[in-house]
Ligand binder design. Sequence first.
Ligand code: FEO
Length: 400
Amino acid sequence: MDNFVSIGNDLFYVGANDRRIPLFESAYPVPRGVSYNSYLLLDEKTVLFDTVDRAVSEQFFENVERALGGRTLDYLVIHHMEPDHSASFGGIVKRYPKVKIVLNQKTAVMLNNFFGCPLPEIVTVKEGDELDTGKHKFRFVFAPMVHWPEVMLSFDVTTGTLFSADAFGTFGALDGSVFADEVNFEREFLDDARRYYFNIVGKYGAQVQSVLKKAAGLPIKTVCPLHGPIWRKGFDWYLKHYDVWSRYEPEEKGVAVFYASVYGNTANAAQILASALAGKGVNRIKTYDVSYTDLSYCLAEAFRYSHCVFAAPTYNNGVFTSMERLLNDLAAHNYQNRAFALIENGSWAPQANKIMREKLTALKNMREIGGGVTLLSALKEKTKDELFSLADEIATDIKN
Ligand code: FEO
């Protein structure tokens, strides 16, 4: 049965939620599911903005058909070609064969590569082009690499509505309301929004900054992303987070302690350091075992805090595998601009600090605090003293 929502200004939410998906993009756990948003405009012309993932396509087709109320579909705007938004493209064309597809040149190539089917009539747009649908007029704003190279946004100049593609989206299904101002976004979504941002587009901070500059020139009243709630109030608060995130600035002064541990000794050291930090007055500390916490959460937390500690055993003359994966993933996402400290363990030839240091200092504007603490198998009183000294240095650095 259909389940669409009128969101005002001739616009309808026709997307759907998937709470069965274990891994978004086969990579990121989404225990709270995810929404695939699509919007339908009923103006003199009818316009569908993006489609949805195959997993929820039946619900989506019912929503579109019922919301159209017997009218045909005149336009389908494709803002982003990734299949979580375009997989139902073929089903829409089959149902509405006269629909005109509004896209840009890069999208046309990708559409053919993905689906290779004969396309209906195409309207190719360039940056700044406009689509007039009667009462509404849509201006296209290109947003390459937010999240793929073909991404574009559209802005309804009549109502101030920005269709923002993946930008300003979040993991997490919509539990009822489709509006951010009708849920406690900070409590219910912000952690997932941060994890979504850094894992999906974290690498492309410069490109996000460029889109934010374009958006700053628009009189935005409502933001309709492709995942998560719609913003019609308080968007500036969320925009500030995007600005901080895409400038690679820490969101909070505090410490994320990441450790990998084979027999518990490195975990012991990391926990002692975390407790010592708390004793020194640091009140924003998060501690993660990177072998048991999914990488996507660790990545987001590393970007969240001003200071990070990495503690790992030496393994195969390198860094223990789960820590190595985290460090590689941080590098792949342009991690930068943070202070870090190191703890290693090595029963006969400790190597981990040297390798972790090389990986971290190869990134932009990374600063080490202390010279690294070394455990030889288990902790000794001397090592504990070194951890206390390191905690002191980190706490002092945070206060300054
Ligand atoms: Fe939600 Fe880049 O797709």
